[in-house]
Design a protein around this ligand. Sequence first.
Ligand code: NAD
Length: 247
Amino acid sequence: MLKNKVAVVTGGTRGIGYAVVKKYLENGAKVVLFGSRKETVDKALVSLKGENPTWEVSGAFPDLGDADVVAEEIRQIKRKYGRIDILVNNAGISDSTPIDNYTSEQFTKVMRLNVSAIMNGILPMVKIMKEQGGGCILNTSSMVSICGQPSGVAYPTSKSAVNGLTWSLARELGPYNIRVNAVAPGITNTDMVAALPKDVIEPMKKMIPLQRIGEAEDIANAFLFLASDLASYVTGEILSVDGAMRT
Ligand code: NAD
Protein backbone atom coordinates (compact mmCIF):
# COMPACT_ATOMS: atom_id res chain seq x y z
CA MET A 1 0.00 0.00 0.00
CA LEU A 2 2.98 2.36 0.45
CA LYS A 3 5.43 0.93 -2.05
CA ASN A 4 8.50 3.22 -2.42
CA LYS A 5 6.98 5.99 -0.31
CA VAL A 6 9.35 7.75 2.08
CA ALA A 7 8.01 8.32 5.61
CA VAL A 8 9.27 10.08 8.73
CA VAL A 9 7.70 8.95 12.02
CA THR A 10 8.41 10.85 15.25
CA GLY A 11 8.28 8.91 18.51
CA GLY A 12 8.91 5.77 16.47
CA THR A 13 10.95 3.88 19.03
CA ARG A 14 8.11 2.26 20.96
CA GLY A 15 4.34 2.06 21.42
CA ILE A 16 2.08 3.43 18.72
CA GLY A 17 4.96 5.02 16.75
CA TYR A 18 6.88 1.75 16.58
CA ALA A 19 3.74 -0.06 15.37
CA VAL A 20 3.28 2.59 12.66
CA VAL A 21 6.92 2.26 11.53
CA LYS A 22 6.55 -1.53 11.31
CA LYS A 23 3.23 -1.30 9.47
CA TYR A 24 4.68 1.16 6.94
CA LEU A 25 7.76 -1.07 6.36
CA GLU A 26 5.52 -4.12 5.89
CA ASN A 27 3.70 -2.13 3.22
CA GLY A 28 6.79 -1.19 1.23
CA ALA A 29 7.71 2.25 2.61
CA LYS A 30 11.20 3.48 3.44
CA VAL A 31 11.07 4.87 6.97
CA VAL A 32 13.15 7.21 9.09
CA LEU A 33 12.11 7.01 12.74
CA PHE A 34 12.81 9.74 15.27
CA GLY A 35 13.32 9.04 18.97
CA SER A 36 14.51 11.08 21.92
CA ARG A 37 17.79 9.18 22.59
CA LYS A 38 20.40 7.29 20.56
CA GLU A 39 20.03 4.14 22.71
CA THR A 40 16.27 3.82 22.16
CA VAL A 41 16.60 4.58 18.44
CA ASP A 42 19.33 1.91 18.07
CA LYS A 43 17.25 -0.60 20.03
CA ALA A 44 14.22 -0.03 17.77
CA LEU A 45 16.35 -0.36 14.62
CA VAL A 46 17.90 -3.64 15.84
CA SER A 47 14.46 -4.99 16.62
CA LEU A 48 13.05 -4.00 13.19
CA LYS A 49 16.06 -5.31 11.26
CA GLY A 50 15.74 -8.52 13.30
CA GLU A 51 12.20 -8.93 11.98
CA ASN A 52 13.19 -8.29 8.37
CA PRO A 53 16.76 -7.40 7.34
CA THR A 54 15.59 -6.10 3.95
CA TRP A 55 13.46 -3.32 5.44
CA GLU A 56 14.88 0.12 4.59
CA VAL A 57 14.74 1.84 7.96
CA SER A 58 17.03 4.30 9.70
CA GLY A 59 16.78 6.57 12.72
CA ALA A 60 17.72 9.90 14.23
CA PHE A 61 17.22 11.68 17.54
CA PRO A 62 16.83 15.42 16.91
CA ASP A 63 15.52 17.62 19.72
CA LEU A 64 11.98 18.04 18.41
CA GLY A 65 11.64 21.27 20.36
CA ASP A 66 14.45 22.91 18.37
CA ALA A 67 13.10 24.16 15.04
CA ASP A 68 16.52 24.54 13.38
CA VAL A 69 17.68 21.07 14.38
CA VAL A 70 14.47 19.44 13.14
CA ALA A 71 14.54 21.38 9.85
CA GLU A 72 18.14 20.32 9.17
CA GLU A 73 17.36 16.68 9.93
CA ILE A 74 14.41 16.75 7.54
CA ARG A 75 16.48 18.43 4.80
CA GLN A 76 19.09 15.66 5.19
CA ILE A 77 16.41 13.00 4.70
CA LYS A 78 15.19 14.81 1.58
CA ARG A 79 18.78 14.92 0.23
CA LYS A 80 19.16 11.17 0.86
CA TYR A 81 15.87 9.98 -0.70
CA GLY A 82 15.01 12.85 -3.06
CA ARG A 83 11.53 13.22 -1.55
CA ILE A 84 9.47 12.73 1.61
CA ASP A 85 5.90 11.56 1.13
CA ILE A 86 4.60 11.09 4.67
CA LEU A 87 5.24 12.82 8.00
CA VAL A 88 3.74 11.20 11.10
CA ASN A 89 3.84 13.51 14.12
CA ASN A 90 3.42 10.94 16.86
CA ALA A 91 5.84 11.80 19.70
CA GLY A 92 3.94 12.96 22.75
CA ILE A 93 3.84 13.01 26.51
CA SER A 94 0.82 12.68 28.75
CA ASP A 95 0.04 14.26 32.07
CA SER A 96 -2.42 13.55 34.88
CA THR A 97 -1.51 16.18 37.50
CA PRO A 98 -4.49 17.68 39.40
CA ILE A 99 -4.89 21.43 38.90
CA ASP A 100 -3.85 22.34 42.48
CA ASN A 101 -0.43 20.77 41.91
CA TYR A 102 0.08 22.29 38.47
CA THR A 103 2.98 24.52 37.54
CA SER A 104 3.24 26.73 34.51
CA GLU A 105 6.49 24.94 33.54
CA GLN A 106 4.63 21.64 33.43
CA PHE A 107 1.96 23.07 31.15
CA THR A 108 4.62 24.51 28.84
CA LYS A 109 6.54 21.21 28.73
CA VAL A 110 3.50 19.29 27.46
CA MET A 111 2.54 21.99 24.96
CA ARG A 112 6.12 22.23 23.71
CA LEU A 113 6.35 18.58 22.67
CA ASN A 114 2.71 17.86 21.80
CA VAL A 115 2.05 21.05 19.81
CA SER A 116 5.07 23.30 19.08
CA ALA A 117 7.30 20.38 18.11
CA ILE A 118 4.73 19.29 15.55
CA MET A 119 5.02 22.68 13.87
CA ASN A 120 8.81 22.35 13.87
CA GLY A 121 8.45 19.28 11.66
CA ILE A 122 5.60 20.59 9.56
CA LEU A 123 7.26 23.87 8.53
CA PRO A 124 10.23 22.38 6.60
CA MET A 125 8.07 19.49 5.39
CA VAL A 126 5.44 21.73 3.81
CA LYS A 127 8.15 23.40 1.74
CA ILE A 128 9.40 20.01 0.50
CA MET A 129 5.89 18.66 -0.16
CA LYS A 130 4.87 21.77 -2.10
CA GLU A 131 7.99 21.49 -4.29
CA GLN A 132 7.36 17.81 -5.04
CA GLY A 133 3.66 18.33 -5.77
CA GLY A 134 2.06 16.74 -2.71
CA GLY A 135 2.35 14.72 0.45
CA CYS A 136 0.62 13.50 3.54
CA ILE A 137 0.87 14.85 7.10
CA LEU A 138 -0.56 12.79 9.94
CA ASN A 139 -0.85 13.84 13.58
CA THR A 140 -1.56 11.82 16.71
CA SER A 141 -4.46 13.34 18.56
CA SER A 142 -6.39 11.61 21.33
CA MET A 143 -9.91 10.72 22.39
CA VAL A 144 -9.52 13.33 25.17
CA SER A 145 -9.16 16.10 22.57
CA ILE A 146 -12.91 15.85 22.14
CA CYS A 147 -14.14 15.32 25.71
CA GLY A 148 -11.29 16.49 28.00
CA GLN A 149 -10.09 14.54 31.03
CA PRO A 150 -10.58 15.10 34.76
CA SER A 151 -6.92 15.98 35.56
CA GLY A 152 -3.74 16.85 33.68
CA VAL A 153 -5.32 19.73 31.77
CA ALA A 154 -2.32 20.32 29.48
CA TYR A 155 -2.72 16.97 27.75
CA PRO A 156 -6.28 17.34 26.37
CA THR A 157 -5.54 21.00 25.67
CA SER A 158 -2.54 20.03 23.57
CA LYS A 159 -4.49 17.38 21.69
CA SER A 160 -7.39 19.79 20.96
CA ALA A 161 -4.73 22.10 19.51
CA VAL A 162 -3.55 19.21 17.32
CA ASN A 163 -7.11 18.92 15.97
CA GLY A 164 -7.26 22.66 15.23
CA LEU A 165 -3.92 22.50 13.49
CA THR A 166 -5.06 19.47 11.45
CA TRP A 167 -8.34 21.04 10.29
CA SER A 168 -6.69 24.35 9.46
CA LEU A 169 -3.69 23.01 7.58
CA ALA A 170 -5.92 20.62 5.61
CA ARG A 171 -7.80 23.66 4.31
CA GLU A 172 -4.66 25.71 3.64
CA LEU A 173 -2.66 22.92 2.01
CA GLY A 174 -5.39 21.14 0.04
CA PRO A 175 -4.67 23.22 -3.11
CA TYR A 176 -1.08 21.89 -2.99
CA ASN A 177 -2.21 18.24 -2.91
CA ILE A 178 -1.04 17.90 0.70
CA ARG A 179 -3.50 15.95 2.83
CA VAL A 180 -3.51 16.56 6.60
CA ASN A 181 -5.29 14.17 8.95
CA ALA A 182 -5.07 12.94 12.53
CA VAL A 183 -5.76 9.71 14.36
CA ALA A 184 -7.39 10.02 17.78
CA PRO A 185 -6.61 6.85 19.73
CA GLY A 186 -8.59 5.77 22.75
CA ILE A 187 -6.88 3.92 25.59
CA THR A 188 -4.10 1.98 23.91
CA ASN A 189 -1.84 -0.71 25.32
CA THR A 190 1.56 1.08 25.41
CA ASP A 191 4.05 2.23 28.07
CA MET A 192 1.96 5.41 28.46
CA VAL A 193 -0.98 3.33 29.68
CA ALA A 194 1.10 0.66 31.46
CA ALA A 195 2.17 3.46 33.81
CA LEU A 196 -1.43 3.70 35.08
CA PRO A 197 -2.41 1.57 38.12
CA LYS A 198 -4.44 -1.60 37.46
CA ASP A 199 -7.38 -0.31 39.50
CA VAL A 200 -7.64 2.59 37.04
CA ILE A 201 -7.36 0.44 33.90
CA GLU A 202 -9.82 -2.33 34.77
CA PRO A 203 -12.89 -0.06 35.28
CA MET A 204 -11.94 1.75 32.07
CA LYS A 205 -12.28 -1.48 30.07
CA LYS A 206 -15.92 -1.76 31.17
CA MET A 207 -16.57 1.76 29.84
CA ILE A 208 -15.36 0.83 26.34
CA PRO A 209 -18.21 -0.46 24.14
CA LEU A 210 -15.82 -2.91 22.43
CA GLN A 211 -14.85 -4.07 25.97
CA ARG A 212 -11.09 -4.03 25.42
CA ILE A 213 -8.17 -1.65 25.39
CA GLY A 214 -6.81 -0.87 21.93
CA GLU A 215 -3.56 -2.39 20.70
CA ALA A 216 -0.86 -0.30 19.02
CA GLU A 217 -1.58 -2.21 15.81
CA ASP A 218 -5.23 -1.07 15.85
CA ILE A 219 -3.95 2.49 15.73
CA ALA A 220 -1.23 1.73 13.16
CA ASN A 221 -3.88 0.33 10.80
CA ALA A 222 -5.62 3.71 10.80
CA PHE A 223 -2.29 5.45 10.09
CA LEU A 224 -1.75 3.05 7.18
CA PHE A 225 -5.15 3.78 5.67
CA LEU A 226 -4.74 7.56 5.97
CA ALA A 227 -1.24 7.48 4.40
CA SER A 228 -2.34 5.26 1.52
CA ASP A 229 -4.05 6.08 -1.78
CA LEU A 230 -7.24 4.55 -0.34
CA ALA A 231 -7.57 7.85 1.55
CA SER A 232 -6.83 10.03 -1.50
CA TYR A 233 -9.95 12.17 -0.91
CA VAL A 234 -9.70 12.21 2.91
CA THR A 235 -8.25 15.35 4.45
CA GLY A 236 -9.03 17.41 7.56
CA GLU A 237 -10.29 14.28 9.32
CA ILE A 238 -9.76 13.33 12.98
CA LEU A 239 -10.22 9.56 12.83
CA SER A 240 -11.25 8.14 16.21
CA VAL A 241 -9.87 4.67 16.93
CA ASP A 242 -11.21 4.15 20.42
CA GLY A 243 -13.74 1.30 20.52
CA ALA A 244 -16.39 4.08 20.77
CA MET A 245 -15.24 5.22 24.23
CA ARG A 246 -15.98 8.96 24.38
CA THR A 247 -15.77 9.92 28.08
P1 NAD B 1 4.88 5.99 24.47
O1 NAD B 1 5.18 6.72 25.74
O2 NAD B 1 4.95 4.53 24.43
O3 NAD B 1 5.74 6.60 23.27
C1 NAD B 1 5.96 7.96 23.15
C2 NAD B 1 6.96 8.21 22.06
O4 NAD B 1 7.24 9.61 22.07
C3 NAD B 1 8.27 7.48 22.27
O5 NAD B 1 8.74 6.95 21.05
C4 NAD B 1 9.22 8.56 22.77
O6 NAD B 1 10.55 8.38 22.33
C5 NAD B 1 8.64 9.80 22.14
N1 NAD B 1 8.98 10.96 22.97
C6 NAD B 1 8.56 11.21 24.23
N2 NAD B 1 9.14 12.35 24.67
C7 NAD B 1 9.92 12.81 23.65
C8 NAD B 1 10.76 13.94 23.48
N3 NAD B 1 10.92 14.86 24.43
N4 NAD B 1 11.39 14.10 22.30
C9 NAD B 1 11.25 13.20 21.31
N5 NAD B 1 10.47 12.11 21.40
C10 NAD B 1 9.82 11.93 22.57
O7 NAD B 1 3.43 6.50 24.11
P2 NAD B 1 2.33 6.03 23.06
O8 NAD B 1 1.17 5.56 23.84
O9 NAD B 1 2.89 5.17 21.99
O10 NAD B 1 1.94 7.47 22.48
C11 NAD B 1 2.20 7.88 21.17
C12 NAD B 1 1.25 9.00 20.83
O11 NAD B 1 -0.10 8.54 20.97
C13 NAD B 1 1.38 10.22 21.76
O12 NAD B 1 1.25 11.40 21.00
C14 NAD B 1 0.19 10.06 22.69
O13 NAD B 1 -0.24 11.29 23.21
C15 NAD B 1 -0.83 9.44 21.78
N6 NAD B 1 -1.92 8.73 22.44
C16 NAD B 1 -1.68 7.62 23.19
C17 NAD B 1 -2.74 6.99 23.82
C18 NAD B 1 -2.56 5.76 24.67
O14 NAD B 1 -3.53 5.34 25.32
N7 NAD B 1 -1.39 5.12 24.68
C19 NAD B 1 -4.04 7.47 23.66
C20 NAD B 1 -4.25 8.59 22.88
C21 NAD B 1 -3.18 9.22 22.26
